[in-house]
Design a protein around this ligand. Structure first.
Ligand code: MLT
Length: 418
């Protein structure tokens, strides 16, 4: 069997069902493909030129650039441009891109009426996914790569308006009036200004806050075929419009096993602190399946090594807290928990390292961002990745997705009259 120029040798798949299953498993392990029929779409069979991830080595690159370098040297919008268009922007391209984004930050006043209808205690993620979905009703022009200009406009609108909608959703949960965007500010400062209604100067002159947010957004910008990204590609593969596709991604991200994990981590760390801060007790509970306790923020489906984003975030958390002069007892609990877990054979043998969610909430707290907004922050960061993946899927003219099913139900049987 030849796949992408590589010759794979397999015994002919024949013999007992068990033998066949073993051969198919070998094929899957050696090629990374779950199935070679693109019609039976599966995340294991998705080809993408956007993000490279090596879980064994703990490597993450966007379009060939290392996450470490991008997080250190770039702005979030430069990274968004890189993901969506494939290259880092020239100075001129960047200035045009920034200009286009600031031109579209306002949200239609009729959408505001929909927003007003949400209850005050609505979770910001519910508001965010609904309003992004509603954008398809407000901008019904066709979303088709045959019309690149329209597609570009939809992309710019999403990038511009998501921070505005996100801060509205927070204001709602606080019973506060919303703030309008200030287009003199950069992307991160504008978001912080709409969130906190603080004197603009505070964030303009506080590079620590804005730089920390910039870094967090970059680290979350893409992560190949995870739950939300595959959802965006799958929904988009039916040629559903980009707003509906992104809104589905936001919904997928919401769950505590995905983007909602950073909220769970902070709540867990708080609970440990309130219980006296004995981290060993919780490490032991995590090892005991019957305890029902789950250690959030540890382990990852792909990383069998340190999540490279966790290393960067851990350092950023230390820096931000010390620069802002904040002492957060929860950071101390997190550090102790990490140490206790990584010295424990149970975690070491299972390669359960802290992941990106373990420290991100601590930085968000230091920036004054409340817990119910953590997943919204993840969505703002992930938006360029979702857009890039949606665009790539359409540009590749991928067939409509149809996950393969193995039927395990009752065998054919006769209907019995009752
Ligand atoms: C992510 O960044 O999307 C998470 O680490 C989840 C994943 O990649 O599976």
């Amino acid at each position: 069997l030849i796949i992408e120029g590589k010759n794979y040798q397999f015994p002919v798949i024949e013999g007992s069902e068990k033998e066949k299953a073993i051969d198919i498993a070998k094929l899957r392990d050696q090629t990374g493909y779950i199935t070679i029929d693109a019609g039976y779409k599966n995340t294991g069979a998705t080809k993408s030129a956007i993000t490279f991830l090596d879980g064994e080595e703990g490597i993450l690159n966007y379009r060939g650039y290392s996450i470490e370098e991008l997080a250190e040297k770039s702005s979030f919008l430069e990274v968004a441009y890189l993901l969506i268009y494939g290259e880092l922007p020239t100075e001129e391209q960047y200035s045009t891109f920034q200009h286009e984004i600031t031109t579209h930050t306002l949200v239609n006043e009729d959408m505001r009426k929909i927003f007003e209808g949400f209850p005050v205690n609505a979770h910001p993620m519910g508001v965010l996914s609904s309003l992004v979905s509603a954008m398809s009703a407000f901008y019904p022009e066709t979303v088709d790569l045959d019309s690149p200009e329209t597609t570009e406009l939809h992309i710019i609108r999403l990038l511009s308006k998501l921070p505005t909608i996100a801060t509205w959703s927070y204001k709602k949960s606080q019973g506060h009036p919303v703030n309008y965007p200030n287009n003199d500010l950069d992307y991160c400062s504008n978001f912080l200004n709409m969130m906190f209604s603080l004197p603009v100067e505070k964030y303009k002159v506080d590079p620590v806050v804005s730089a920390a947010l910039n870094k967090l957004l970059i680290l979350h910008a893409d992560h190949e075929q995870n739950c939300s990204t595959s959802t965006v590609r799958l929904v988009g593969s039916s040629h559903a419009n980009i707003y509906s596709s992104i809104s589905s991604g936001i919904s997928a991200l919401w769950g505590p096993l995905h983007g909602g994990a950073n909220q769970e981590v902070i709540e867990m760390l708080e609970a440990i602190k309130n219980d006296g801060g004995d981290v060993q007790k919780y490490v032991d509970m995590a090892k005991d399946k019957s305890s029902g306790f789950r250690l959030f923020g540890f382990g990852h489906r792909v990383y069998k090594n340190f999540d490279p984003r966790a290393r960067i975030i851990k350092k950023a958390a230390d820096d931000v807290l010390s620069k802002l002069g904040i002492s957060d007892p929860v950071l101390e609990i997190a550090q102790k928990l990490e140490k206790a877990a990584l010295e424990d054979e149970y975690f070491v043998s299972r390669k359960l390292y802290p992941n990106v969610d373990f420290y991100s909430g601590i930085i968000y707290r230091a920036l004054g961002i409340p817990t119910n907004m953590f997943t919204v922050m993840f969505a703002i960061g992930r938006l360029p990745g979702w857009i890039a993946q949606w665009k790539e899927m359409r540009a590749n003219k991928e067939p409509i997705g149809r996950p393969r099913q193995v039927y395990v139900g009752a065998p054919k049987r006769a209907y019995v009259e009752r």
